[in-house]
Ligand binder design. Structure first.
Ligand SMILES: NC(=O)c1ccc[n+]([C@@H]2O[C@H](COP(=O)([O-])OP(=O)(O)OC[C@H]3O[C@@H](n4cnc5c(N)ncnc54)[C@H](O)[C@@H]3O)[C@@H](O)[C@H]2O)c1
Length: 456
């Protein structure tokens, strides 16, 4: 047995900011597990024996599938044996990168038929997620499927059913939910660090061509190098169109717009941190303002979401915004706001800001407040909030590693993953309904517990 030498999560909660807060914010979220005595991080990254060897294949070897594969290959006892993609160039790249003995194919069914493959990573465009996930689980494979779990709102229940029926491990790829930053935010919220949650917001600003989905198209792109017929076999049939293949995010037959691409990450993190099942009401506005390149989806989008009161959180509102025409420096954030403060959350950092007040005995101030109609005998004055920064310790391997490790560990231990099919569907659904709201110009209503669209 080889001991895995990953850094402990213990050091994460180093307080780098200003003076101590009045509430117990905790300097170590990763309490010892009462049974194993290990810290959470070490417990997840347990040791590997020869029998724990796992063979996996990649289906969809583009940007994210390749990145997921690199992450998976950092995990001890895990081997890549096969790659499937519909474009020759991707298969050639895979051999160059991971070795000439790799089995490559354009048919994912050939991958599923191989008995030596235990698990698959699905990194195809969104319109293939459901079908390949279900086929893979029924073929006895564990599945790591990229987000959003499904392409359309009606597709989720069949994936949940397949996971239940087959008992296979199924993880959706919103890697932030396994990160130290999300875990710390969850602990802080539960400890009352920002008081009562009432509002959350997320924002992305982009401008560069590749960032806004104008990807380069390879010089050899043609029906000879791309299996176009398979690509469109589960959606509208059209003649070969290189833009629809290499810039698929811009078209509704294959992608899910800004909501499925970006909002879904924030739904996943928000639901993990708050324990929420999702919003009840969804409304979107936006437009195509700049990128008139034939795309079918907006390049500026605003979504508002009403979260009803539940047993784990009060009612609150969420605002998500995305701007692909942002001429400033660009920014991305997730912020939770409560009655006593707010926190900005990333995968390896949480910045907590807490209200500060002091009681004033200044007669001039008291008089001014009385004249302004304040009858409160205690004169409280707001000060700029105190700020406390929690950073992941040096050497932290990051959310993507933790999420992938969570997947392979669940396979080895017959354990649970952070983002199973139900969680994945509850994160994808409000994003997909946001698209429905935008395209149909109506608010959408959703029952997050039963996971059904409510007709208004
Ligand atoms: N978790 C994240 O942070 C993150 C980041 C980026 C993308 N993604 C997700 O990953 C997926 C892929 O995105 P990308 O940016 O890597 O796109 P990409 O275009 O770079 O890669 C997609 C690949 O899938 C191949 N493909 C298409 N249909 C296929 C099929 N039926 N069978 C096999 N291969 C097929 C294409 O040839 C291409 O190589 C999307 O669902 C996206 O939302 C997740």
């Amino acid at each position: 047995m080889k001991e895995n030498s990953e850094p402990s999560r213990r050091g994460f909660l180093k307080k780098l900011g200003t003076a101590g807060a009045a509430v117990a914010l905790g300097s170590n979220v990763f309490a010892r597990d009462s049974k194993s005595g290990l810290f959470t991080y070490l417990k997840r990254a347990n040791s590997v024996s020869a029998n724990d060897h796992i063979n996996f294949a990649l289906i969809g070897a583009g940007g994210q599938g390749s990145s997921d594969t690199q992450t998976a290959l950092q995990i001890p006892g895990v081997k890549l044996v096969a790659v499937c993609d519909l474009y020759d160039g991707r298969l050639a790249d895979a051999k160059k990168r991971w070795g000439n003995d790799l089995f490559t194919t354009k048919s994912y069914k050939e991958i599923l038929n191989r008995p030596d493959i235990d698990a698959v990573i699905i990194g195809t465009p969104d319109h293939w997620h459901q079908q390949i996930s279900i086929d893979a689980m029924h073929a006895g494979k564990h599945v790591y499927c990229e987000k959003p779990m499904v392409h359309g709102i009606t597709e989720g229940p069949a994936v949940i059913k397949a996971q239940k029926e087959t008992g296979k491990v199924f993880q959706v790829g919103s890697q932030g939910v396994s990160s130290l930053g999300n875990e710390k935010a969850k602990e802080l919220l539960a400890s009352g660090a920002i008081g009562q949650l009432n509002y959350a917001e997320g924002f992305w600003a982009r401008r560069g061509a590749v960032e806004v989905w104008e990807y380069p198209i390879p010089a050899d792109a043609s029906p000879q190098t791309v299996d176009w017929d398979t690509y469109v076999s589960n959606t509208h049939k059209r003649p070969f169109d290189e833009k629809r293949f290499f810039r698929w995010r811009n078209y509704v037959d294959y992608g899910t717009g800004m909501c499925g691409d970006l909002f879904v990450h924030l739904f996943s993190s928000l639901h993990f941190i708050t324990g929420s099942y999702g919003p009840e009401k969804i409304y979107a506005a936006g437009g195509l303002r700049f990128w008139n390149d034939g795309r079918e989806v907006p390049d500026v989008l605003l979504g508002t979401f009403d979260y009803g009161k539940s047993v784990v959180h009060p009612a609150f509102n969420l605002s998500l915004r995305c701007n692909f025409v942002d001429g400033t420096s660009g920014t991305t954030y997730l912020r939770l706001v409560g009655s006593e403060g707010a926190m900005d959350i990333t995968w390896d950092q949480v910045v907590l800001k807490r209200n500060k007040t002091f009681e004033s005995d200044d007669p001039f101030y008291a008089e001014k407040m009385r004249n302004a109609g304040d009858t409160n005998p205690v004169r409280k004055k707001m000060l700029p909030p105190e700020q406390i920064t929690f950073d992941a310790e040096k050497g932290y391997l990051g959310g993507p590693y933790d999420h992938m490790n969570n997947f392979f560990n669940a396979i080895r231990t017959n354990g649970k993953v952070t983002e199973d099919a139900i969680f994945g569907y509850r994160a994808a659904a409000p994003a997909l309904l946001c698209n429905d709201s935008y395209f149909n110009n109506v608010p959408m209503h959703w029952d997050p517990e039963k996971m059904v669209v409510v007709k208004s």
